[in-house]
Design a protein around this ligand. Structure first.
Ligand SMILES: *[C@@H]1O[C@H](CO)[C@@H](O)[C@H](O)[C@H]1NC(C)=O
Length: 429
């Protein structure tokens, strides 16, 4: 999903515009003193005791020119390791309330779905401050009766970045040993297989997959559970808000559907402005042909019924398209719940290493095309001719799922779910 990176950069650029406008306003205001820096790796208790920058009346955003030597080192290390400013994140502290991000009509909504929920988080070379702020937010902003556990699955982080020991210490300090399932894989599974392994550790009725650098807004979970109550074969997506990788400022993003092109490359589909002029459309869940992938809620047994993710896929890429197609073609649906808001740090680049000598995104996409596109695979290979040379491995497990669930074909998908995908007139199909 190289395009996801492009999208992230675009979002980031868009967002930078917003930042500079608000910065201009801030210039007029009195300058706040810089927040003191407590390092969570060295002093976890001290860091966990920090109040928010607003309460401390200080500025957590760091600027290169006035940093101490150790702070400058931390910033460089953060950008290199995580593609965001870990110093700003550490200064921001262990918890913040990002406020009401959803449309104000969402406040009037009532929700009565009550599934025990497991939040499943894969982390690989993640910053301690961001993952802890996420966990603290989940504990703070999720009703106790709904949050069964948080599965923290460390996918073989490199030596400097192993978090498991810090997370265990955190669980102990906060008395969260029962809520947190902390697991470390010694071998790199890659995001996709790691998600499957981690989901198997979960015991809740619903699983929520979440990236390891998110922050939830108030009342984020309830709107995700409601559509599952209405139809247990639902995959429900929150609106992904933007957390700036430099300032860590939070800003709400546009409500959009997810789609893809014939190359199976993810893309956003923006809804026309008129759509939101109808008040109830601002709160009502709506169908989405696909999903960005990092954030979703679904019944755990439904995930198993759909054959989980394709375990033959490598590292990352296309698993989101695969799961979307499986859901739609095999009797389920993918919906966006606009009242659910989760912020995500849009990193400056993807800091992962891939498999050497392998285009894992293309490899995975070919597996999806071969399993799910039927005759339409022609369109895929026209968009991705290099895919023709890919030796895509054994896809028999996915085909079994397709046959067992008597799934519809791609023609049905285009006609019923995603007419915009229709081939151009000059194509044969
Ligand atoms: C906070 O610090 C950043 C970086 O130095 C600066 O751009 C911003 O204007 C500061 N904001 C306030 C309110 O002092």
């Amino acid at each position: 999903m190289r395009q996801t990176v492009v999208t992230s950069i675009l979002c980031f650029l868009l967002f930078s515009g917003v930042v500079s406008a608000s910065e201009k306003e801030e210039e007029k205001k009195e300058k706040l003193p810089k927040c003191e820096h407590v390092d969570p790796y060295e002093n976890l208790e001290g860091w966990l005791a920090l109040k928010t920058p607003a309460e401390r009346k200080c500025n957590h955003t760091t600027a290169k020119d006035d940093l101490s030597e150790s702070e400058a080192k931390k910033t460089d290390w953060g950008i290199k390791s995580f593609a965001f400013d870990a110093l700003s994140s550490e200064k921001l502290g262990p918890l913040r309330n990002v406020g009401k991000q959803a449309h104000k009509l969402c406040e009037e909504e009532t929700y009565d779905a009550s599934f025990s929920t497991s939040v499943v988080v894969i982390h690989h070379n993640e910053a301690l401050s961001t993952i802890l702020r996420m966990i603290n937010g989940l504990i703070e902003f999720t009703p106790k009766s709904l949050l069964k556990e948080i599965v923290l699955y460390e996918d073989a982080s490199e030596e400097d970045h192993v978090l498991t020991k810090h997370l265990e210490k955190y669980a102990k300090l906060k008395g969260l040993e029962d809520k947190l399932i902390i697991h470390r894989s010694e071998y790199r599974q890659g995001l996709i297989r790691a998600k499957v392994h981690a989901s198997r550790l979960a015991t809740g009725e619903v699983i929520v997959f979440m990236d390891s650098h998110c922050e939830v807004a108030e009342r984020w979970l309830e709107p995700l559970l409601q559509p599952i109550k209405e139809d247990p074969k639902s995959i429900v997506l929150p609106v992904v808000d933007l957390i700036n990788p430099v300032s860590f400022d939070y800003s709400s993003s546009m409500v959009a559907k997810s789609g893809f092109d014939w190359g199976l490359t993810f893309k956003w589909i923006y809804l026309p402005w008129e759509y939101f002029e109808t008040p109830e459309n601002n709160v009502k869940p709506f169908n989405s042909p696909a999903m960005p992938g990092g954030l979703l809620a679904m019944k755990r047994e439904y995930f198993v019924e759909l054959g989980e993710y394709d375990m033959g896929m490598e590292i990352w890429g296309s698993e989101n398209i695969e799961l979307s197609l499986k859901a739609w073609l095999c009797g389920g649906r993918v919906v966006v719940a606009p009242c659910s808001r989760v912020g995500h740090v849009f990193r400056m680049r993807r800091p992962y290493t891939s498999k050497p000598g392998m285009d894992t995104a293309l490899y995975n996409a070919v597996r999806v095309a071969k399993t799910w596109l039927g005759d339409y695979e022609k369109n895929f290979f026209a968009a991705k001719p290099r895919g023709l040379k890919v030796v895509f491995g054994d896809i028999s497990e996915s085909i079994k799922v397709r046959d067992r669930l008597k799934c519809q074909d791609m023609k049905w998908f285009i006609e019923n779910v995603y007419p915009e995908l229709e081939p151009k007139v000059h194509d044969e199909l």
